[in-house]
Design a binder for this molecule. Structure first.
Ligand code: PMP
Length: 361
């Protein structure tokens, strides 16, 4: 057996050079005579490593100075709940635009802490597109507008930034972090788990416009107060040090590969290749998403029946193509083609799909 192409939705593929570096320095990291997992987060070596990762992330995403970059535990889900507590008073309203499962989850986790308004939802259409902007029922003066730029399960992606006027946009970018250039200054908050595009699980990132914190008027447990993490370089308590270190290596890899612009180009080519294989299959493979809203990161597709989907997954796995089973909420197949998935991996999948269709069409 050997290392395969991994299309898992997350935790997901990491760049191979990063894994090799982790392996090489696992026992003795820098001059510490211990592994990175075994040293204090307050020691000089880790503090430097953490600051380097923040610097690289700020540079790669061109994060303006009036934003905090926080490295937190609890995943995107916990972070969504914390953001609700930190960004609004209990009597304020947050608007939601739902384009899939994860937007619904964020709503569930935010709802106990503030007033919510579903401004638009693609649910009636089976989450196969983005509700037209003219139909959004936005709340004047809302505390924020939450949406999910890339819905990981349904494969629905915004390819532009919605205009919410003066209302801060809060965007869950878990599955499209650094997948292409993005104008951070258009957002109030960008947040997400690291375990798809940026690193291992256990770490969540929040990029928060500084003026939005500390205005919620609530008495929060200090550990839920994001301002405390901001004031303490995300070390108000023990951060997930190993995940932070690996994320730092992934960011160095991203820089060496040409940064967000190069990733955007590569990801566009990968997605175009895969969608062309689906659309050119004479109906054997089918992706139901509006072409204007198709995800570059997560590509769900269906075969004519479940029996052939099952055979497809089994044969793909044997051919070294892993993690292709669709999420249980929608079934079918899903190929997640994050930054670390090389173009050769997508080509291997496309070749396999053509061969499978020939034999089973
Ligand atoms: N948001 C999106 C867009 C996701 O894809 C996921 C995970 N699949 C989550 C949130 C949940 O993330 P976590 O497990 O880190 O809480």
């Amino acid at each position: 057996m050997s290392r395969a192409y991994n299309f898992s939705a997350g935790p997901a593929v990491l760049p191979e050079p990063v894994l090799r570096q982790v392996q090489a320095e696992l026992l003795e990291w820098r001059d510490e005579r211990a592994s990175v997992m075994e040293v204090s987060h307050r020691g000089k070596a880790f503090v430097e490593c953490a600051a380097e990762a923040e610097r690289d992330l700020r540079e790669l995403m061109a994060v303006p100075d009036d934003y905090h970059v926080l490295f937190l535990q609890g995943g995107a889900t916990t972070l969504s709940a914390l953001l609700a507590l930190n960004l609004a008073r209990a009597d304020q309203t947050a608007d939601f635009v739902l384009t899939g499962h994860w937007g619904e989850k964020a709503l569930d986790n935010m709802k106990p802490s503030l007033q919510v308004n579903v401004a638009a939802s693609g649910k009636a259409g089976g989450y196969t597109g983005i509700p037209p902007r003219g139909d959004w029922a936005l709340t004047p003066g809302a505390a924020f507008l939450h949406y999910t730029p890339n819905e990981t399960i349904h494969g629905v992606e915004f390819h532009d930034i919605p205009d919410a006027g003066d209302v801060p946009l809060v965007a869950d970018v878990s599955s499209n972090f650094l997948s292409a250039p993005l104008d951070v200054s258009r957002f109030g908050v960008l947040y997400g788990g690291a375990q798809k595009n940026l690193g291992p699980s256990g770490l969540a990132i929040a990029i928060v416009r500084k003026d939005l914190l500390g205005r919620h008027g609530r008495e929060l447990p200090p550990i839920f107060e994001l301002l405390n993490q901001a004031k303490n370089d995300s070390m108000f308590n023990t951060p997930p040090t190993f995940a932070w270190y690996v994320l730092g290596l992934v960011l160095k890899w991203l820089r060496a590969e040409g940064g967000a612009a190069a990733m955007g180009e590569r990801n566009r080519r990968k997605a175009a290749n895969l969608y062309a294989a689906i659309d050119g299959s004479g109906g054997f493979y089918r992706n139901p998403v509006d072409p204007a809203a198709r995800s570059w990161m997560n590509v769900p597709f269906f075969l004519p029946d479940e029996a052939r989907e099952k055979a497809f997954l089994k044969e793909a796995d044997a051919a070294g193509l892993l993690g292709l089973k669709g999420h249980r909420a929608v079934g079918g197949i899903r190929a997640s083609i994050y930054n670390a998935m090389p173009e050769a991996g997508v080509q291997a999948l496309v070749d396999f799909m053509a061969d499978f269709a020939r034999r089973n069409g």
